[in-house]
Ligand binder design. Structure first.
Ligand code: SF4
Length: 361
Protein backbone atom coordinates (compact mmCIF):
# COMPACT_ATOMS: atom_id res chain seq x y z
CA UNK A 1 0.00 0.00 0.00
CA UNK A 2 1.39 3.41 -0.87
CA UNK A 3 0.66 6.85 0.55
CA UNK A 4 -0.48 7.88 4.00
CA UNK A 5 -3.70 6.64 5.61
CA UNK A 6 -6.49 9.16 5.32
CA UNK A 7 -8.61 9.03 8.47
CA UNK A 8 -11.07 11.67 7.25
CA UNK A 9 -13.06 10.16 4.41
CA UNK A 10 -14.87 13.46 3.82
CA UNK A 11 -11.60 15.28 3.11
CA UNK A 12 -10.89 16.59 -0.35
CA UNK A 13 -7.56 17.24 -1.99
CA UNK A 14 -6.76 20.35 -3.94
CA UNK A 15 -6.64 18.44 -7.20
CA UNK A 16 -8.83 18.99 -10.23
CA UNK A 17 -12.54 18.23 -9.93
CA UNK A 18 -15.17 17.88 -12.59
CA UNK A 19 -17.03 21.16 -12.90
CA UNK A 20 -20.67 21.64 -13.85
CA UNK A 21 -19.64 21.63 -17.47
CA UNK A 22 -17.73 18.39 -16.94
CA UNK A 23 -14.31 20.02 -17.29
CA UNK A 24 -11.74 19.46 -14.61
CA UNK A 25 -9.37 21.94 -13.04
CA UNK A 26 -6.36 20.21 -14.61
CA UNK A 27 -6.94 21.58 -18.11
CA UNK A 28 -5.10 24.87 -18.61
CA UNK A 29 -6.67 27.80 -20.44
CA UNK A 30 -6.61 27.09 -24.15
CA UNK A 31 -6.66 29.47 -27.09
CA UNK A 32 -8.42 26.70 -29.05
CA UNK A 33 -5.51 25.86 -31.33
CA UNK A 34 -5.46 22.26 -32.60
CA UNK A 35 -2.07 21.63 -30.98
CA UNK A 36 -3.50 22.50 -27.54
CA UNK A 37 -6.52 20.27 -27.96
CA UNK A 38 -4.37 17.34 -29.09
CA UNK A 39 -2.25 17.61 -25.94
CA UNK A 40 -5.19 17.43 -23.54
CA UNK A 41 -5.75 13.97 -22.01
CA UNK A 42 -9.36 12.99 -21.38
CA UNK A 43 -10.23 11.53 -17.98
CA UNK A 44 -13.55 9.70 -17.95
CA UNK A 45 -15.21 9.23 -14.57
CA UNK A 46 -17.80 6.47 -14.81
CA UNK A 47 -20.51 6.88 -12.21
CA UNK A 48 -21.59 5.42 -9.83
CA UNK A 49 -18.18 4.64 -8.36
CA UNK A 50 -16.63 4.44 -4.91
CA UNK A 51 -18.57 4.06 -1.62
CA UNK A 52 -21.94 2.31 -1.56
CA UNK A 53 -24.61 2.58 1.12
CA UNK A 54 -23.54 -0.67 2.80
CA UNK A 55 -19.94 0.47 3.14
CA UNK A 56 -20.95 3.94 4.39
CA UNK A 57 -23.15 2.30 7.00
CA UNK A 58 -20.48 -0.13 8.19
CA UNK A 59 -17.87 2.61 8.59
CA UNK A 60 -20.35 4.84 10.37
CA UNK A 61 -21.19 2.06 12.83
CA UNK A 62 -17.55 1.81 13.89
CA UNK A 63 -17.11 5.58 14.02
CA UNK A 64 -20.22 6.09 16.16
CA UNK A 65 -19.21 3.31 18.54
CA UNK A 66 -15.79 4.89 18.92
CA UNK A 67 -17.46 8.22 19.71
CA UNK A 68 -19.91 6.71 22.18
CA UNK A 69 -17.67 4.22 23.96
CA UNK A 70 -14.14 5.36 23.20
CA UNK A 71 -11.43 2.97 22.03
CA UNK A 72 -10.88 0.13 21.73
CA UNK A 73 -13.69 -1.04 19.50
CA UNK A 74 -12.88 -4.51 18.19
CA UNK A 75 -13.82 -5.37 14.62
CA UNK A 76 -13.84 -8.94 13.35
CA UNK A 77 -12.02 -8.90 10.01
CA UNK A 78 -11.66 -5.77 7.89
CA UNK A 79 -14.85 -3.74 8.28
CA UNK A 80 -14.77 -3.29 4.48
CA UNK A 81 -12.07 -4.43 2.08
CA UNK A 82 -10.06 -1.24 1.83
CA UNK A 83 -6.67 -0.63 3.38
CA UNK A 84 -7.17 3.15 3.70
CA UNK A 85 -10.50 2.76 5.49
CA UNK A 86 -9.02 0.20 7.87
CA UNK A 87 -5.95 2.35 8.58
CA UNK A 88 -8.15 5.40 9.20
CA UNK A 89 -10.31 3.55 11.72
CA UNK A 90 -7.26 2.02 13.39
CA UNK A 91 -5.92 5.53 13.89
CA UNK A 92 -9.15 6.36 15.73
CA UNK A 93 -8.94 3.33 18.03
CA UNK A 94 -10.52 0.40 16.17
CA UNK A 95 -8.75 -2.92 16.66
CA UNK A 96 -9.12 -5.42 13.83
CA UNK A 97 -8.98 -9.12 14.70
CA UNK A 98 -9.34 -12.30 12.68
CA UNK A 99 -11.14 -14.37 15.30
CA UNK A 100 -13.32 -13.71 18.31
CA UNK A 101 -10.86 -15.38 20.69
CA UNK A 102 -8.65 -12.31 20.18
CA UNK A 103 -11.37 -10.14 21.75
CA UNK A 104 -11.42 -9.81 25.56
CA UNK A 105 -14.54 -11.18 27.27
CA UNK A 106 -17.46 -8.72 27.44
CA UNK A 107 -15.76 -6.27 25.03
CA UNK A 108 -17.47 -4.47 22.17
CA UNK A 109 -17.05 -6.19 18.81
CA UNK A 110 -18.36 -5.28 15.36
CA UNK A 111 -19.10 -7.85 12.65
CA UNK A 112 -17.94 -6.58 9.26
CA UNK A 113 -20.07 -5.61 6.26
CA UNK A 114 -19.42 -9.03 4.72
CA UNK A 115 -21.51 -10.83 7.33
CA UNK A 116 -20.81 -13.76 9.64
CA UNK A 117 -22.09 -17.30 10.03
CA UNK A 118 -24.63 -17.89 12.82
CA UNK A 119 -21.95 -19.92 14.63
CA UNK A 120 -19.88 -16.74 15.01
CA UNK A 121 -22.84 -14.88 16.49
CA UNK A 122 -23.41 -17.78 18.88
CA UNK A 123 -19.74 -17.77 19.90
CA UNK A 124 -19.92 -14.03 20.60
CA UNK A 125 -22.97 -14.57 22.79
CA UNK A 126 -21.30 -17.48 24.61
CA UNK A 127 -18.31 -15.29 25.44
CA UNK A 128 -20.50 -12.42 26.61
CA UNK A 129 -19.29 -10.04 23.92
CA UNK A 130 -21.27 -6.92 23.11
CA UNK A 131 -21.70 -7.59 19.38
CA UNK A 132 -22.84 -4.99 16.86
CA UNK A 133 -23.69 -6.27 13.41
CA UNK A 134 -22.47 -4.15 10.47
CA UNK A 135 -23.45 -6.78 7.91
CA UNK A 136 -24.74 -5.05 4.78
CA UNK A 137 -28.52 -5.53 4.60
CA UNK A 138 -28.10 -6.94 1.09
CA UNK A 139 -25.79 -9.66 2.39
CA UNK A 140 -28.25 -10.30 5.23
CA UNK A 141 -30.95 -10.73 2.58
CA UNK A 142 -28.93 -13.53 0.94
CA UNK A 143 -28.50 -15.16 4.36
CA UNK A 144 -32.28 -15.04 4.84
CA UNK A 145 -32.82 -16.61 1.40
CA UNK A 146 -30.35 -19.38 2.24
CA UNK A 147 -32.11 -20.11 5.54
CA UNK A 148 -35.55 -20.11 3.92
CA UNK A 149 -34.46 -22.53 1.18
CA UNK A 150 -32.63 -24.85 3.56
CA UNK A 151 -35.57 -24.86 5.98
CA UNK A 152 -37.79 -25.92 3.06
CA UNK A 153 -35.50 -28.89 2.48
CA UNK A 154 -33.59 -27.56 -0.55
CA UNK A 155 -29.92 -27.99 -1.25
CA UNK A 156 -28.56 -24.44 -1.55
CA UNK A 157 -25.99 -23.89 -4.31
CA UNK A 158 -24.02 -20.75 -3.59
CA UNK A 159 -22.25 -19.13 -6.55
CA UNK A 160 -19.20 -17.46 -5.06
CA UNK A 161 -15.46 -17.36 -4.53
CA UNK A 162 -14.02 -19.78 -2.00
CA UNK A 163 -12.25 -18.02 0.85
CA UNK A 164 -14.10 -14.72 0.57
CA UNK A 165 -15.50 -13.63 3.94
CA UNK A 166 -19.00 -13.10 2.60
CA UNK A 167 -19.01 -16.64 1.18
CA UNK A 168 -17.79 -18.09 4.49
CA UNK A 169 -20.68 -16.34 6.26
CA UNK A 170 -23.34 -17.45 3.79
CA UNK A 171 -22.06 -21.04 3.71
CA UNK A 172 -22.39 -21.02 7.49
CA UNK A 173 -26.12 -20.24 7.44
CA UNK A 174 -27.00 -23.82 6.50
CA UNK A 175 -23.64 -25.60 6.49
CA UNK A 176 -25.02 -29.10 6.01
CA UNK A 177 -27.19 -28.12 3.07
CA UNK A 178 -25.08 -25.60 1.12
CA UNK A 179 -22.53 -26.28 -1.61
CA UNK A 180 -20.28 -23.76 -3.32
CA UNK A 181 -19.82 -23.46 -7.06
CA UNK A 182 -17.22 -21.07 -8.48
CA UNK A 183 -17.27 -21.67 -12.23
CA UNK A 184 -19.38 -22.98 -15.09
CA UNK A 185 -17.14 -26.06 -15.15
CA UNK A 186 -17.78 -26.59 -11.45
CA UNK A 187 -21.51 -27.06 -12.07
CA UNK A 188 -20.89 -30.59 -13.33
CA UNK A 189 -19.30 -31.51 -9.99
CA UNK A 190 -22.22 -30.41 -7.82
CA UNK A 191 -23.91 -33.18 -5.84
CA UNK A 192 -27.41 -32.64 -4.42
CA UNK A 193 -29.67 -34.82 -2.28
CA UNK A 194 -32.75 -34.34 -4.46
CA UNK A 195 -32.58 -32.88 -8.00
CA UNK A 196 -36.10 -31.46 -7.59
CA UNK A 197 -35.24 -29.54 -4.45
CA UNK A 198 -32.45 -27.13 -5.31
CA UNK A 199 -32.05 -23.35 -4.91
CA UNK A 200 -29.16 -21.22 -6.07
CA UNK A 201 -27.94 -17.93 -4.63
CA UNK A 202 -24.85 -15.83 -5.27
CA UNK A 203 -22.25 -13.71 -3.55
CA UNK A 204 -23.26 -10.05 -3.87
CA UNK A 205 -20.08 -8.74 -5.49
CA UNK A 206 -19.49 -10.95 -8.50
CA UNK A 207 -19.51 -10.27 -12.23
CA UNK A 208 -23.11 -10.05 -13.46
CA UNK A 209 -22.28 -11.82 -16.73
CA UNK A 210 -20.32 -14.59 -14.98
CA UNK A 211 -23.13 -15.31 -12.53
CA UNK A 212 -25.65 -15.39 -15.38
CA UNK A 213 -23.48 -17.96 -17.19
CA UNK A 214 -23.18 -20.15 -14.10
CA UNK A 215 -26.91 -19.79 -13.38
CA UNK A 216 -27.68 -20.89 -16.96
CA UNK A 217 -25.48 -23.96 -16.50
CA UNK A 218 -27.27 -24.75 -13.22
CA UNK A 219 -30.68 -24.41 -14.89
CA UNK A 220 -29.53 -26.73 -17.67
CA UNK A 221 -28.46 -29.35 -15.15
CA UNK A 222 -31.35 -28.86 -12.68
CA UNK A 223 -34.37 -27.69 -14.74
CA UNK A 224 -36.53 -27.10 -11.65
CA UNK A 225 -33.91 -25.16 -9.70
CA UNK A 226 -35.12 -22.05 -7.90
CA UNK A 227 -33.15 -18.82 -8.19
CA UNK A 228 -33.26 -15.46 -9.90
CA UNK A 229 -30.33 -15.06 -12.26
CA UNK A 230 -27.89 -12.45 -11.01
CA UNK A 231 -30.37 -10.78 -8.67
CA UNK A 232 -28.34 -11.40 -5.53
CA UNK A 233 -25.60 -9.23 -6.98
CA UNK A 234 -26.11 -5.92 -5.22
CA UNK A 235 -27.09 -2.68 -6.93
CA UNK A 236 -23.68 -1.14 -6.17
CA UNK A 237 -21.75 -3.95 -7.85
CA UNK A 238 -23.96 -4.06 -10.94
CA UNK A 239 -24.08 -0.26 -11.27
CA UNK A 240 -20.28 0.05 -11.11
CA UNK A 241 -19.93 -2.66 -13.73
CA UNK A 242 -22.51 -0.98 -16.00
CA UNK A 243 -20.71 2.35 -15.60
CA UNK A 244 -17.35 0.89 -16.66
CA UNK A 245 -19.00 -0.97 -19.54
CA UNK A 246 -20.44 2.35 -20.75
CA UNK A 247 -17.03 3.99 -21.15
CA UNK A 248 -14.59 1.16 -21.76
CA UNK A 249 -14.77 1.38 -25.56
CA UNK A 250 -13.56 4.98 -25.38
CA UNK A 251 -10.71 4.34 -22.97
CA UNK A 252 -7.06 3.49 -23.65
CA UNK A 253 -6.49 2.76 -19.98
CA UNK A 254 -8.80 1.94 -17.05
CA UNK A 255 -7.66 2.56 -13.48
CA UNK A 256 -9.74 0.99 -10.71
CA UNK A 257 -9.10 2.28 -7.21
CA UNK A 258 -9.49 -0.49 -4.67
CA UNK A 259 -7.65 -2.95 -2.48
CA UNK A 260 -6.42 -6.30 -3.75
CA UNK A 261 -8.95 -8.21 -1.62
CA UNK A 262 -11.94 -6.17 -2.83
CA UNK A 263 -14.10 -8.52 -4.89
CA UNK A 264 -16.19 -5.90 -6.68
CA UNK A 265 -13.06 -3.85 -7.53
CA UNK A 266 -11.37 -6.87 -9.10
CA UNK A 267 -14.47 -7.55 -11.17
CA UNK A 268 -14.21 -4.03 -12.64
CA UNK A 269 -10.62 -4.66 -13.72
CA UNK A 270 -11.64 -7.97 -15.29
CA UNK A 271 -14.52 -6.33 -17.15
CA UNK A 272 -12.21 -3.74 -18.71
CA UNK A 273 -9.52 -6.30 -19.52
CA UNK A 274 -12.12 -8.56 -21.15
CA UNK A 275 -12.94 -5.65 -23.46
CA UNK A 276 -9.29 -5.57 -24.53
CA UNK A 277 -8.38 -2.43 -22.61
CA UNK A 278 -5.33 -2.13 -20.36
CA UNK A 279 -6.64 -2.05 -16.79
CA UNK A 280 -5.02 -1.86 -13.38
CA UNK A 281 -6.23 -2.17 -9.80
CA UNK A 282 -4.49 0.50 -7.74
CA UNK A 283 -4.58 1.11 -4.00
CA UNK A 284 -4.18 4.84 -4.52
CA UNK A 285 -2.49 7.49 -6.67
CA UNK A 286 0.96 6.41 -5.51
CA UNK A 287 0.49 3.10 -7.32
CA UNK A 288 0.20 4.68 -10.78
CA UNK A 289 3.07 3.74 -13.08
CA UNK A 290 3.76 6.89 -15.16
CA UNK A 291 4.52 4.64 -18.16
CA UNK A 292 0.85 3.60 -18.25
CA UNK A 293 -0.11 7.15 -19.15
CA UNK A 294 2.37 7.56 -22.01
CA UNK A 295 0.10 6.24 -24.75
CA UNK A 296 -3.21 6.82 -22.98
CA UNK A 297 -5.11 9.72 -24.53
CA UNK A 298 -8.24 8.71 -22.63
CA UNK A 299 -8.11 7.30 -19.12
CA UNK A 300 -11.16 5.99 -17.27
CA UNK A 301 -10.90 6.19 -13.48
CA UNK A 302 -13.33 4.38 -11.23
CA UNK A 303 -13.35 2.82 -7.77
CA UNK A 304 -14.82 -0.20 -6.09
CA UNK A 305 -17.60 0.18 -3.54
CA UNK A 306 -15.20 0.06 -0.58
CA UNK A 307 -12.77 2.73 -1.86
CA UNK A 308 -13.14 6.29 -0.51
CA UNK A 309 -14.04 8.97 -3.09
CA UNK A 310 -11.07 11.11 -2.06
CA UNK A 311 -8.75 8.48 -3.53
CA UNK A 312 -10.32 8.97 -6.96
CA UNK A 313 -9.80 12.72 -6.66
CA UNK A 314 -6.16 12.10 -5.86
CA UNK A 315 -5.76 9.80 -8.86
CA UNK A 316 -7.24 12.48 -11.11
CA UNK A 317 -4.86 15.02 -9.58
CA UNK A 318 -1.92 12.69 -10.26
CA UNK A 319 -2.96 12.31 -13.90
CA UNK A 320 -3.27 16.10 -14.15
CA UNK A 321 0.26 16.43 -12.84
CA UNK A 322 1.43 14.48 -15.91
CA UNK A 323 -0.18 16.93 -18.34
CA UNK A 324 -3.35 18.86 -19.05
CA UNK A 325 -6.62 16.97 -18.69
CA UNK A 326 -10.27 17.33 -19.47
CA UNK A 327 -12.52 15.55 -16.94
CA UNK A 328 -15.80 14.08 -18.16
CA UNK A 329 -18.32 12.49 -15.77
CA UNK A 330 -20.45 9.66 -17.24
CA UNK A 331 -23.38 8.72 -15.00
CA UNK A 332 -25.38 5.60 -15.82
CA UNK A 333 -27.45 5.36 -12.63
CA UNK A 334 -28.41 7.26 -9.50
CA UNK A 335 -27.93 5.62 -6.13
CA UNK A 336 -30.41 6.98 -3.59
CA UNK A 337 -30.03 3.88 -1.39
CA UNK A 338 -29.38 4.51 2.28
CA UNK A 339 -29.47 1.83 4.98
CA UNK A 340 -30.62 2.35 8.56
CA UNK A 341 -28.05 2.09 11.31
CA UNK A 342 -28.66 -0.50 14.06
CA UNK A 343 -31.29 0.79 16.49
CA UNK A 344 -28.82 1.45 19.34
CA UNK A 345 -26.82 3.84 17.12
CA UNK A 346 -29.67 5.88 15.70
CA UNK A 347 -29.69 9.39 17.09
CA UNK A 348 -31.68 12.45 16.22
CA UNK A 349 -29.13 15.07 17.07
CA UNK A 350 -25.68 13.59 16.64
CA UNK A 351 -23.91 14.86 13.55
CA UNK A 352 -22.32 12.27 11.32
CA UNK A 353 -18.74 11.53 12.40
CA UNK A 354 -17.30 13.23 9.34
CA UNK A 355 -18.98 16.47 10.39
CA UNK A 356 -21.67 16.24 7.76
CA UNK A 357 -25.14 17.00 9.04
CA UNK A 358 -27.56 14.32 8.02
CA UNK A 359 -30.99 13.19 9.14
CA UNK A 360 -31.29 10.33 11.63
CA UNK A 361 -30.59 6.95 10.10
S1 SF4 B 1 -20.96 -3.76 -2.24
FE1 SF4 B 1 -23.13 -4.30 -2.20
S2 SF4 B 1 -23.31 -5.96 -0.70
FE2 SF4 B 1 -21.31 -4.97 -0.39
S3 SF4 B 1 -21.68 -3.40 1.19
FE3 SF4 B 1 -21.97 -2.39 -0.80
S4 SF4 B 1 -24.20 -2.55 -1.21
FE4 SF4 B 1 -23.68 -4.04 0.40
Amino acid sequence: MGGEPRPDRAGRPDGPRAGRDGRGGGAPPSDGRESDRAAVRRVLLPSPRSFCAGVERAIEIVERLLEQHGPPVYVRNQIVHNAHVVAGLEAKGAVFVSELDEVPEHALVVFSAHGVAPAVEAEAARRGLDAVDATCPLVAKVHAEAKRAADAGDTVILIGHDGHEEVAGTLGVAPGRTVLVETVEGVAEVRVADREKVTYLSQTTLSVSEVEEIAAALRARFPNIRGQGAEDICYATSNRQAAVAAVVDEADLVLVVGSANSSNSNRLVELAAAAGVEAHLIEDAAAIDPAWLDAAGTVAVTAGASAPPVLVDEVVAAIAAAGPIEVVERRVADEPQEFLLPQRLRTHDAPAPSGRTRPPR
